[in-house]
Design a protein around this ligand. Structure first.
Ligand code: DGL
Length: 285
């Protein structure tokens, strides 16, 4: 509480005007940021892409948890965010629990919304999940889907190392990615799933390749929209919805090459991503 003589109403408005912080290892979380901004256009958003330290997927979960905590601290201390959205499955698998316990502001991950969405669209409850090595080996999806759907769902979880790197390089189609997709997704085709969850926020950018590999009858599910709905619900429940009636401010931060972040980011996200600010990690930052 900053000023003791402010009215409670004023305090509420001031605190609601704070931005939503969204982060990922790089460009992937832009799929979630897009859905949040489309659903809640008046909210201010700060997006943080840790491109200097991507990919998170092959790194130990302990390390990824440290990154997630560091970014969250920065979003809170420097940008005064009112909510943190972990728009990265690997970071959510590693740190949602610890951050949720430690923070006073709401923290939203992508795993539960994604699991919920894929269960809803799967008619035969033969579900596929693809993600990074870190996400799949954490068992987070297997556990969450079983908790929601019970043991009746048959779940095939497959890691797809290499997909993220294609997206970060700006390659979403072509022979190389097609060959990799055919090899990695063979167990999904084999398992005869009817719905496939893109359990990495980078993968929606590869949806055409993934879709053509697994076949048209398989419904592809991204966690972006469901996560945005979860964000809207929590803001409402916690009285943290913005009261401003103009388009929110958007700030994009990258720890890597900011001109590349702006160039590829604009292609992936849209014209609002005109430029990116730089953040360099140093000891204690
Ligand atoms: N986009 C991230 C996810 O959803 C991870 C990408 C990475 O490996 O850095 O898991």
């Amino acid at each position: 509480m900053r000023v003791s003589n402010e009215s409670p109403l004023l305090l509420k408005i001031v605190s609601n005007q704070r931005p939503i912080g969204i982060f990922d290892s790089g460009f992937g979380g832009l799929t979630v940021a897009r859905a949040v901004i489309d659903l809640l256009p008046e909210e201010d958003v700060v997006y943080f892409g840790d491109t200097a330290r991507y990919p998170y997927g092959p790194q130990p979960l302990e390390q990824v948890r440290e990154y997630a905590e560091q970014i969250t601290n920065l979003l809170i201390s420097k940008h005064d965010v009112k909510m943190v959205v972990i728009a990265c499955n690997t970071a959510a698998a590693a740190a949602l629990g610890s951050l949720g316990e430690a923070l006073e502001i709401p923290v939203v991950g992508v795993i539960e919304p994604g699991a919920q969405a894929v269960i809803e669209v799967s008619r035969r409850k033969r579900i596929g999940v693809i993600g990074t090595v870190g996400t799949i080996s954490s068992g987070a999806y297997q556990k969450t889907i079983e908790e929601i759907a019970g043991i009746n769902a048959e779940v095939t979880c497959i890691p797809c190392p290499g997909f993220v790197e294609f997206v970060e390089r700006g390659e979403s189609s072509g022979e190389q990615i097609q060959i990799l997709a055919q090899r990695l997704l063979a167990p999904i085709v084999e398992a005869d799933v009817d719905a496939l969850l893109l359990g990495c926020t980078h993968y929606p950018y590869l949806a055409r390749t993934i879709g053509s590999t697994v076949g048209e009858s398989v419904v592809l599910v991204s966690s972006a929209d469901e996560t945005a709905f979860a964000v809207a619900k929590i803001l409402k429940e916690t009285n943290l919805e913005t009261s401003q009636r103009k388009l929110g401010n958007r700030t994009f931060i990258s720890t890597g090459d900011v001109s590349w972040f702006a160039e590829l980011g604009q292609r992936l996200f849209g014209p609002e991503l005109e430029s990116a600010e730089s953040h360099e990690w140093s000891t204690g930052s």
